[in-house]
Design a protein around this ligand. Structure first.
Ligand SMILES: O=C(O)C(=O)C[C@]1(C(=O)O)C=C[C@@H](O)C=C1
Length: 121
């Protein structure tokens, strides 16, 4: 069995390196959150467009192309492609849930007037 060093006993240089790495991790996590927020802003618009034109929430052919592309990007970036695929599928499943609820709201008339909210309208 391994025993862990108590945090108080850690060499200050190690503590500093850990803090520096964690600062970068925090910045990266913030960037991921901001990028995801922008992606969801786009997909919300896609959801409204699809609902208005009675298009299905999911597009499996598009998803297959996205997954193939992301797996290649992941491989080139030395990221596990299986993880990249799982991550994309996780996000897309949430997007499809949003699309489905927008479609329901659009059909029953409770959807916000997404296209009437642009500048000048
Ligand atoms: O591109 C679309 O048609 C979308 O609805 C967006 C999106 C995605 O999140 O990338 C979500 C659902 C579809 O199955 C495919 C892709």
């Amino acid at each position: 069995m391994t025993s862990n060093t108590s945090p108080d006993a850690v060499d200050p240089a190690v503590r500093e390196e850990l803090a520096r790495l964690r600062d970068s991790i925090d910045n990266i996590d913030a960037a991921v959150v901001h990028m995801l927020a922008e992606r969801f802003k786009c997909t919300q618009q896609v959801g409204h467009l699809k609902a208005r034109h009675q298009l299905p929430p999911a597009d499996p052919a598009r998803e297959a192309r996205q997954i193939a592309r992301l797996r290649t990007l992941a491989e080139n970036a030395k990221l596990d492609p299986a993880f990249a695929e799982k991550f994309l599928n996780f996000i897309i499943a949430e997007v499809i849930r949003h699309h489905e609820s927008i479609a329901v709201d659009t059909t029953d008339g409770t959807a916000p007037a997404a296209d009437a909210s642009g500048p000048g309208e």
